[in-house]
Design a protein around this ligand. Structure first.
Ligand SMILES: Nc1nc2c(ncn2[C@@H]2O[C@H](COP(=O)(O)OP(=O)(O)OP(=O)(O)O)[C@@H](O)[C@H]2O)c(=O)[nH]1
Ligand SMILES: [Mg+2]
Length: 239
């Protein structure tokens, strides 16, 4: 494999200081391993304050490290798929820019990925050392039950398949045909590799609710995850 380099994908809608802190921590801890930070924005939805900050980060604070793209497909899945397409590293990190994916864990993902370059390393809020802070209580119980259901359907010991915070070998994400555009995309990115028997390693991670902006995922949309899981289990075959 060529020299280990990571492309980090950050989708942005309404984050400012959270995005800046995310980028700062990643660069402070892992600059030598990062080939680029790919910020993906929506022409219709990303707000002006975020766009202004992104411009400042790209042109003044971290020139040569940040690339920005407009997504061509809608929603979070469309944004991350754009990042997958544009990434040039040997490995790709998928995370958020709202600080709900702790940027301090990025160096742990990278270090483990260096030791296991063909594996996916994925963050898990449910295992020892992981946690939820200010998570909606109803979502918390639903999330737990859903993970249990997924474990039965996919015969796996993984226990946080809906958390979109992981590092992948780039060749893997480029060879899979992705289908979801909304939040269930985050689940799709673990279920398809799981069916391909890719080795998946979990690390504990602490989730904490965002301090600015709003989630793009409505409560009712969470039920779409079930349809995604069943469709992939029953009908998906890697060509
Ligand atoms: N470019 C782009 N970014 C998005 C889109 N939807 C969400 N994001 C970003 O992706 C990250 C995660 O999205 P959230 O809407 O907070 O969803 P989540 O935290 O995964 O899910 P919940 O816990 O259910 O809110 C955030 O940094 C968002 O700004 C989108 O349509 N386009
Ligand atoms: Mg969020």
């Amino acid at each position: 494999m060529s020299k280990f380099k990571v492309s980090v994908i950050l989708p942005v809608i309404n984050e400012t200081f959270s995005l800046e802190k995310t980028v700062e921590i990643i660069i402070k801890n892992s600059k030598e391993d990062i080939s680029e930070i790919i910020i993906v924005v929506s022409k219709e939805k990303t707000n002006d304050d975020s766009l202004k900050l992104i411009n400042h980060l790209k042109t003044t604070k971290y020139p040569n490290l940040i690339n920005t793209y407009f997504q061509t497909l809608p929603f979070i899945g469309g944004a991350i798929q754009k990042g997958f397409e544009m990434s040039t590293g040997t490995h790709i990190i998928m995370m958020a820019s709202d600080l709900e994916t702790d940027p301090n864990d990025v160096k742990i993902l990278i270090n483990l990925s260096k030791l296991n370059p063909c594996s996916i390393i994925t963050a898990n809020r449910w295992i020892k050392g992981g946690s939820f802070k200010k998570y909606n209580i109803i979502k918390f119980y639903f999330n737990f039950l859903f993970q249990l259901m997924l474990r039965c359907i996919f015969l796996t010991k993984l226990s946080d398949m809906t958390y979109g915070f992981r590092i992948f070998p780039a060749n893997l994400v480029k060879e899979i045909k992705w289908q979801e555009l909304k939040h269930p995309f985050l689940l799709e990115t673990i279920l398809k590799p799981l069916l391909m028997k890719v080795n998946i390693i979990e690390i504990p991670s602490k989730w904490e609710a965002r301090l600015e902006g709003t989630s793009q995922n409505s409560f009712i949309e969470n039920f779409r995850y079930i349809k995604t899981a069943i469709n992939i289990r029953l009908f998906w075959k890697k060509k």
